[in-house]
Ligand binder design. Structure first.
Ligand code: ADP
Ligand code: MG
Length: 338
């Protein structure tokens, strides 16, 4: 039994009965990171958990758009029209993100900062007029922020343009954490970073998969469908938890970069993928596509995705073929979800 304390920001939950398991909780990336690590000894488990936390904090220091001192904030503040050299790690992530923007037909595009501001999604919310929306849309995507692969620079093309890392930062951090776990003394780990989880074990397969319940899109504490996971990450995107109400309209925090409007609230989508960053990216992308276009897109590409469509008083689940490998045998009948 080992109990750990991390600065004043963090609280530690309980340590389990197993002497080689460490459980700790810390506040990072604007959310809570829960770490459970198993190793051959307490000391190894402790070291691994600390290394994971330090890595997530490091990624936050690169990618945060809330911390003015981060690398991403520096790029987002650069003088418009002036190419700015990028940190190599951030550059590699942005190159990857650009590819997903193309692959998803711009359902996923983090260069939507100007739209986040126009709708005031980080404040009380507001409804921009059509002319404003039109002008602001021209400050998004590669027209707003140009990334140059040859000389690893980014150039803000417009004073309103900035990149919002909200839809891939947690996934990028979990991917880095996975690399840290692989190089540590840990044998198994479960990480939960603000709702995105990583189920990790050394070797091909853990003796028993870990069950993760997908929450009801509207009621966080209500479990709906069970996923039995191993060696993968699971990410969910939905708008019911984060929104602002303006003049009788509810604006979700996920934007459709193709229209400039917030994506409508329809439920949630959960993606399981070996790569945590891909899970994060695709959950947001499929949410923007919606349960019909999204399901077809994910099926065609072999993505494991589960859609929970909210209907009057109930939810209607649908999933792709590759999600079936993860679906637990015991799912609660839909009448109990209400
Ligand atoms: P959460 O952060 O709640 O887990 P997501 O991973 O879906 O949810 O990310 C949503 C965040 O991504 C938004 O808060 C915003 O910062 C940013 N964002 C909004 N719309 C898009 C989009 N279409 N593509 C990329 N990033 C987006
Ligand atoms: Mg995401």
């Amino acid at each position: 039994m080992l109990t750990l304390f991390h600065s004043s920001l963090a609280t530690v939950l309980l340590a389990t009965a197993l002497p080689d398991t460490v459980v700790r909780e810390a506040y990072v990336m604007g959310t809570v990171l829960r770490i459970k690590v198993e190793a051959a000894s307490d000391v190894e488990a402790f070291r691994s958990a600390e290394a994971v936390l330090a890595e997530v904090e490091r990624l936050d220091g690169l990618l945060s758009t809330w911390d003015p001192a981060s690398e991403m904030s520096r790029l987002n503040r650069a003088t418009p029209g002036t190419p700015t050299a990028m940190n190599a790690e951030v550059a590699a992530l942005l190159f990857e993100v650009e590819e997903w923007t193309r692959e998803t037909g711009r359902a996923f595009d983090p260069a939507v900062g100007a739209l986040v501001d126009a709708w005031d999604l980080r404040g009380a919310g507001r409804i921009p007029g059509p002319d404003e929306l039109d002008a602001v849309s021209r400050a998004t995507g590669s027209r707003g922020m140009a990334i140059d692969r040859r000389d690893t620079t980014s150039t803000r093309q417009d004073a309103r343009a900035w990149i919002d890392t909200g839809a891939f930062g947690k996934g990028a951090a979990l991917r880095s954490a996975r690399r840290i776990l692989a190089g540590s003394g840990a044998s198994r780990a479960f990480l939960d970073l603000g709702g995105q989880a990583l189920v990790w074990s050394r070797g091909v397969s853990a003796p028993t998969p870990r069950s993760v319940w997908v929450a009801h899109p509207d009621q966080r504490s209500t479990a709906t469908i069970r996923l039995d996971l191993d060696g993968v990450s699971v990410a969910t995107s939905g708008t019911s938890e984060r929104f602002v109400d303006v003049g009788g309209r509810r604006l979700g925090h996920i934007l459709d970069p193709r229209t400039g409007f917030p994506a409508p609230a329809w439920g949630s989508v959960t993606v399981v993928h070996a790569d945590p960053m891909v899970a994060d990216v695709l959950a947001t992308a499929l949410y923007v596509m919606g349960p019909v276009e999204g399901l077809a897109w994910a099926e065609k590409r072999g993505t494991a995705a589960l859609f929970l469509l909210e209907t009057a008083g109930d939810i209607e689940p649908s999933w792709t073929t590759s999600m079936e490998a993860w679906l637990g045998p015991a799912t609660i009948p839909s009448t109990q979800w209400q």
